[in-house]
Design a protein around this ligand. Structure first.
Ligand SMILES: Cc1ncc(COP(=O)(O)O)c(C=O)c1O
Length: 377
C-alpha cells in the first residue's frame, strides 16, 4: 500500500461505488444486477466473432462514427446529437466533469461563480452512482427525497420547499426510476426540466421496458440530455456501450474531455449489429414485461409489497423477515438478488426479471422461506 500522503485527501475520504456482485457459483440464478436473461441476437454474436481477427491491432473509430450515424437515424437526429461512451456510466461521469465546477474552484478561483455551479442534484432513492460521481469531482451534492411512494414530486411542490435547487449545474433524474421501478410521465418531466436553469440528464437506462420515453425533450430543449445504454435492454453489459442524446453544442463540449478511444472496437461492432436486429430485442422486451407482471402477481399473493415497475426489475418488500435475512435465505437456495442499506429502501429487495423458469424458481423459494418463517413462530 502506498503511504497515504501520496493520495489526494478527496480520494482518501471517498466512499467508492459498490457494484453488484458477479460471483461464479455453478447453477446460481443471478437476479442482482439487472442483466438481461436473454443473450444478444445471433447476428450480434456473429458480427463480434467476425471482427475478432488481425484488426484487433488497430485503434477503433475514435468517435464511434458508424454507431452515432445509426443511432441518429433511429432517433431522428444528427450524429452531432449523440455522444457514445464506455457504458452509460462513463457518459454520466463526463456530464459531471464537463458541466459542474468542483466546489473549491468555484469558491476560490472564479470570482463570479455561484454555489449552484458546483451542485450535482438528484432524487433519493435513485442511482447510487450519482453521489459518487459528485464526490470524485469535488462537487456539492444535493439529494432530495422522492415522494414516499417514490413518485416524482411536482415542480410546484419543489418550488415550495424540499431544498430543490432550480439553478443546480447538473440534475440527474432516473426515469423510469431505479431502484423503485416507477415510470415518470414525460409531461411531468418536461415541466420540471423547463423550470431548471442548469442541465438535466434524464437517465433512461431502463426505458425500453417502460410505457413512455422523454427523448423529445433532449431534442427540443437546450439544456436536456437523455442517457441510454445497450447494457440492459440490449443484453450487452459485457461490451460497455452507452450514449447521450442532446443538443450538439453541449455534446461537443463533452467530446473535448473524453478519452480519445473511449468506446472499444468490439463494443462498437456489437452495438451497430444490435441496431440492425431490433425486432429480436423488441420480442425480448415483451417477454420480460410479461414475466415481470407474472412475478408481481405471484409475490403479491405471498404478501410481498411490490412497487409498480416499468423496468426489468421489481422492488419488493418481503413479509415476515427483514430484507437482509431474505437476501441470505435466497442465497442459500442459490438465488442472488440485491439489497440496498439506504434508509428508504432497506426494507426491500431489488429483484431482476429473469426468464420465466428463473422467476418460477424464485417464487418456489419465496414460498418455502415464508413457510419456514411462519413455522418458526
Ligand atoms: C439508472 C442507471 N443508469 C446507468 C446505469 C449504467 O449502465 P451501463 O454503464 O452499463 O450503461 C445503470 C446500471 O446499473 C443504472 O441502473
Amino acid at each position: 500500500m502506498p503511504p497515504a500522503r501520496f493520495i489526494r485527501p478527496l480520494v482518501q475520504a471517498l466512499e467508492a461505488y459498490v457494484p453488484g456482485e458477479q460471483p461464479r457459483i455453478k447453477g446460481l440464478i443471478k437476479l442482482n444486477t439487472n442483466e438481461n436473461p436473454y443473450p444478444p441476437s445471433p447476428r450480434v454474436l456473429a458480427a463480434v466473432a467476425a471482427a475478432v481477427d488481425g484488426r484487433l491491432r488497430l485503434y477503433p473509430n475514435p468517435t464511434a462514427q458508424g454507431l452515432r450515424e445509426k443511432l441518429a437515424r433511429l432517433h431522428g437526429c444528427q450524429p452531432g446529437n449523440i455522444l457514445v461512451g464506455n457504458g452509460s456510466d462513463e457518459v454520466l461521469a463526463l456530464a459531471v466533469r464537463g458541466l459542474v465546477e468542483p466546489a473549491q474552484k468555484s469558491a476560490f478561483k472564479f470570482k463570479n461563480a455561484k454555489p449552484s455551479q458546483a451542485v450535482v442534484q438528484y432524487f433519493t432513492p435513485s442511482y447510487s452512482l450519482y453521489p459518487v460521481l459528485a464526490d470524485i469531482h469535488g462537487a456539492t451534492k444535493n439529494a432530495v427525497a422522492l415522494n414516499p411512494d417514490f413518485s416524482l414530486p411536482a415542480a410546484d411542490e419543489l418550488k415550495r420547499g424540499r431544498n430543490w435547487d432550480f439553478d443546480a449545474a447538473l440534475t440527474f433524474i432516473t426515469t423510469p426510476n431505479a431502484p423503485g421501478g416507477r415510470g415518470y410521465p414525460t409531461a411531468d418531466l418536461e415541466t420540471l426540466c423547463r423550470a431548471q436553469r442548469g442541465v438535466v440528464v434524464l437517465d433512461e437506462a431502463y426505458v425500453d421496458f417502460a410505457a413512455e420515453n422523454a427523448l423529445r425533450l433532449a431534442l427540443s430543449l437546450p439544456h436536456v440530455l437523455v442517457a441510454r445504454t445497450f447494457s440492459k435492454a440490449y443484453s450487452l453489459c459485457f461490451q460497455r456501450v452507452g450514449y447521450l442524446v442532446g443538443p450538439a453544442d453541449l455534446l461537443a463540449a463533452l467530446h473535448k474531455i473524453r478519452d480519445s478511444y473511449n468506446v472499444n472496437g468490439l463494443g462498437q461492432v456489437a452495438a451497430e449489429a444490435t441496431l440492425e436486429d431490433l425486432k429480436y430485442y423488441r420480442e425480448n422486451f415483451r417477454k420480460i414485461i410479461a414475466t415481470r407482471d407474472w412475478l408481481t402477481r405471484e409475490l403479491t399473493a405471498l404478501d410481498f409489497r411490490v412497487l409498480p415497475s416499468q423496468t426489468n426489475f421489481i422492488l419488493a418488500r418481503p413479509p415476515e423477515l427483514p430484507a437482509p435475512e431474505w437476501l441470505q435465505r435466497l442465497r442459500d437456495r442459490k438465488i442472488l438478488v440485491r439489497w440496498f442499506g439506504a434508509p428508504e429502501v432497506k426494507a426491500y429487495l431489488r429483484i431482476t426479471i429473469g426468464t420465466p423458469a428463473e422467476a418460477a424458481a424464485l417464487v418456489r423459494a419465496a414460498r418455502a422461506i415464508r413457510r419456514q418463517a411462519g413455522d418458526a413462530k
